[in-house]
Design a binder for this molecule. Sequence first.
Ligand code: ADP
Ligand code: MG
Ligand code: ZN
Length: 475
Amino acid sequence: MGKYEAIIGLEVHAQLLTKSKMFCACSTEFGGAPNTQVCPVCLGLPGALPVVNEKAVEYAVRMGLATNSKIAKNSVFARKNYFYPDCPKNYQISQYDTPLCSDGALYVGGRRIGIARIHLEEDAGKLIHCEDDNCSLVDMNRCGVPLVEVVSEPDIRTPEEASEYLQKLRSILRYLEICDGNMEEGSLRCDVNVSVRQEGSEWFGTRTEIKNLNSFKAVEQALHYEIGRQERILLEGGRVEHETLLWDSETGEARIMRSKEEAHDYRYFPEPDLLVLEVPGALMKRAKSAIPELPDAKEDRFVRDYNLPRYDAQVLTGSREIAGYFEAVEKALGDPKQASNWIMGEVLRELNERKIDISKFSVSAEDLADLIALQKSGKINMPTAKEIFREMVGTGGRAEKIIASKGLEQISNEKEIEQIVLKVLDAYPDEVSSYHAGKVKLLAFFIGQVMRETRGRTDPQKTASILKAVLEERR
Ligand code: ADP
Ligand code: MG
Ligand code: ZN
């Protein structure tokens, strides 16, 4: 029996950062009191007519252009009919057989992942289930918030690649400033489709769809779980059912939600209240000129111009703001690799721990460059530099000030180091004898004592060579 291979395709919904909704003027602001951002249009009251939000169209076009998709001059809104309490019209306005964008792609780890389509649609409301499970409330504020749905081709092969694809997609959305990419708050949502087949087979197996994945980790875990489940079914000679599953991150299992609905269940038909969506030339132009240098191009440039390892370039360009911060540090410092090391290590760690954005970071690029320069020149050693960095993060102070006020300057004067070395050796006569008897490993112990004596301010290399010299003299 040959090995199995997974086939994966993602459907990603991204909330667009427009001020107003897709077909009315209601605010899209997150967190308002329930049902305060509604009107006859987004509540689906009889006779109310939708009007297309031009900004939403422009944002979707940006995404299309950024993924090299074809932009349809004319596309069609369609009604997707279904009944659910969070959808007061009993249909969602979406796009069906004529989407705004199609046939694009993006790249992860050099592999091309096709993007079948990108279309516009409106979001549904939110159900709030009461604690005692006796009732459900509905908040219609989210009804009609504009979304783009990005549907990949089934080109993804592993759970890790699926997560990377989603990260790349999120990164592009954020570069374009059309979605904040916040998965916890639901502004970026992902459903995965997965099937399993014998490696080398030309046919796809039956797929399942997993919903409710609100982190990159959940995407990977759910896929591993589901691929394992499907493989076991096939190994036992069973058949995978075409179903929709719901991921439960608490238990790490997927529950069957319903047997998969088919397109005809939705009775799609062209939205009679809207005209064909025409993309005007002026809008197309605006969208084009709003596209910045994108992650892949930036990554290549960082490798080329700064001679950075590919991995560094990839991490730094994951966010446009981090990339900008790096370039500012590099410009002030003139040492790309050192700038990269500090940002990928210390800075990103602080941002993660504090769960903040680089725009809210207290250490400016210039101040970080100064600190790195002080360490490079030998005025302070690396452990001290890191200590000062943490102080800078906490207080927003500048490195030189902190060094002066705390007396943290590195001792590099050899006479001074020698004094301390002599003091240490005098304090440990037994260890000195052992060293002379051949226990040379004790050198590290002596270095440690000198460091302790000076609170880590001595230059370790100089300390080692002076220690060796003095120990030789005393032999
Ligand atoms: P539907 O409209 O039923 O959701 P689509 O054709 O839009 O179906 O496909 C939805 C997603 O499922 C796409 O991302 C596609 O790449 C993926 N997909 C389609 N067939 C398979 C398959 N056999 N295995 C895994 N994924 C698949
Ligand atoms: Mg679909
Ligand atoms: Zn409204």
